[in-house]
Design a protein around this ligand. Structure first.
Ligand code: ATP
Ligand code: MG
Length: 223
């Protein structure tokens, strides 16, 4: 894996086939995600949406076809470079047994407190954090299982904003959020303007109104 440091200029999948085991999950899937656009992916549960995002992250190796970033197949991009280019927000945000602040800072170790707050405001999670007994210094462990799925997701989104990679992959990012939050989050993403390319997986038509283009997947095939 060569290519020391590639700038992000867009992503695409070309005629991709993928199977976890025997059964092929993605059949001849092609999508183009141009730089600075928001591309939506919709489809029923189990249709292969998350799998496709994972291939862009190179969590799995493509068996046939090509997944590329900036015109280079992901197989040829070194892992550190991949990590600099991409942020992946899923429904499961894993939190360490540590303070909220340290849990956010892992996205960018040199982030200042101010930058952390800015990211949390953009992710609509700052007000929530301020209601906690010790604010940003509250240990996650002290919250027990009181963090809702939506709160965790918004912390995950704040991490992504802190990481500040040019390519943001959002897997059902707002399924646990109310519509007000959703609108705010997507708007702030949009206003980010320059150098933000987003691929957004959602079941909801309302979320897709913000997308420049929407692909629809059915049983692992583009329709
Ligand atoms: P949802 O809308 O429910 O999130 P999805 O479109 O994201 O669904 P995927 O998670 O991509 O669907 O799953 C596509 C298919 O691949 C499903 O049949 C699923 O059971 C299967 N699958 C997903 N992950 C794995 C895995 N790690 N090993 C084996 N099969 C898997
Ligand atoms: Mg999924």
């Amino acid at each position: 894996t060569g290519h020391a440091d590639i700038a992000f200029t867009g992503a695409d999948a070309q005629n991709v086939y993928f199977a976890y085991g025997e059964e092929t999950i993605l059949h001849d899937v092609s999508v183009t995600i141009p730089r600075n656009q928001i591309v939506g992916i919709v489809g029923r549960s189990g249709s292969g949406k998350s799998t496709l995002l994972k291939l862009f992250m190179r969590f799995w190796e493509v068996q046939k076809g090509q997944v590329s970033l900036s015109g280079h197949t992901v197989n040829d991009i070194n892992t550190a470079n991949l990590r600099n280019m991409e942020s992946f927000v899923t429904q499961e945000t894993h939190l360490f047994h540590d303070s909220i602040k340290n849990n956010l800072r892992i996205a960018r170790l040199n982030a200042t407190d101010e930058e952390i707050v800015t990211a949390c405001k953009k992710a609509s999670v700052h007000d929530f954090i301020m209601t906690l007994p010790k604010g940003y210094d509250t240990p996650v462990g002290e919250l027990g299982d009181t963090l809702s799925g939506g709160e965790r997701q918004r912390l995950g989104l704040a991490r992504a904003f802190l990481h500040d990679a040019p390519f943001l992959l959002l897997d059902e990012p707002t399924s646990n959020l109310d519509s007000l939050n959703e609108a705010g989050i997507l708007r702030s993403q949009r206003e980010e303007g320059q150098d933000k390319t987003v691929v957004l997986v959602s079941h909801r038509a309302s979320t897709m109104r913000i997308a420049d283009k929407v692909y629809s997947v059915e049983h692992g095939r583009m329709s």
